[in-house]
Design a protein around this ligand. Structure first.
Ligand SMILES: [Fe+2]
Length: 215
């Protein structure tokens, strides 16, 4: 009996498994050689900021356009929309394991300008599939600055305080880079920490509502 019990324990030590289930897909890619594109978009956004009142959403300070960025017109807006639609398609293909996936999605976005001291409170993006951000200019914050990152909360919020605090991550920080596209499920709660730089941080957050997917 004792030997049998020891054998069971030894086998459990050897073969017992912990499987991490319910993972969260987050896609990121940094566009290269887009200095000219970003410069033109930055000028467009700052001009719009000068002439249009801010929407008030999750932004604490800062300026946010209405969600019509992709309707502003012109070649640079069309180019960025094309890149972001490509990211949505590639991320969906990777997620579904279907390289030739065809998707029909409604993409809408807005421009955002965060200056020193501005931040965004925790929120989700209702009624979308993928949400994302494109960084036109990540700003000039020093790399060792504690804040200013995009912060994702663990999707099971209570896990951080009830299940081995510290053993599981309670949040994941992403430090923005100019040219970065990041995509995440729209249900994933996130916030933006307070920006400490001096050059305005300019981004285009967006939502992709998938109407149909065929693989
Ligand atoms: Fe957001």
């Amino acid at each position: 009996m004792l030997q049998e019990s020891q054998d069971i324990i030894a086998d459990m030590v050897e073969n017992g498994r912990i499987e991490h289930i319910f993972s969260t897909p987050v896609f990121s890619y940094v566009l290269k050689s887009v200095g000219a594109l970003n410069g033109e978009i930055r000028d467009l956004v700052l001009e719009r900021e000068r002439t249009t009142p801010s929407m008030v959403k999750s932004n604490q300070g800062g300026w946010q356009s209405s969600p019509d960025f992709f309707e502003w017109g012109g070649p640079v807006v069309a180019t960025l929309e094309h890149h972001l639609r490509s990211a949505v398609k590639i991320a969906t293909a990777r997620l579904l394991g279907a390289p030739n996936v065809r998707i029909d999605c409604h993409l809408y976005g807005w421009a955002a300008v965060n200056r020193h001291g501005h931040y965004n409170t925790p929120h989700v993006h209702p009624l979308a599939t993928w949400s994302g951000v494109y960084y036109v200019d990540a700003g000039d914050e020093a790399p060792d600055t504690p804040g200013a990152a995009l912060e994702f909360a663990h999707p099971v919020v209570a896990s951080a305080m009830t299940f081995f605090p510290g053993a599981l991550p309670s949040a994941r920080l992403v430090r923005p880079e100019t040219g970065m596209i990041i995509l995440f499920p729209s249900y994933l709660q996130h916030n933006v920490r307070m920006y400490q730089g001096t050059r305005p941080r300019i981004s285009v957050p967006f939502n992709a509502q998938l109407r149909s997917v065929s693989i």
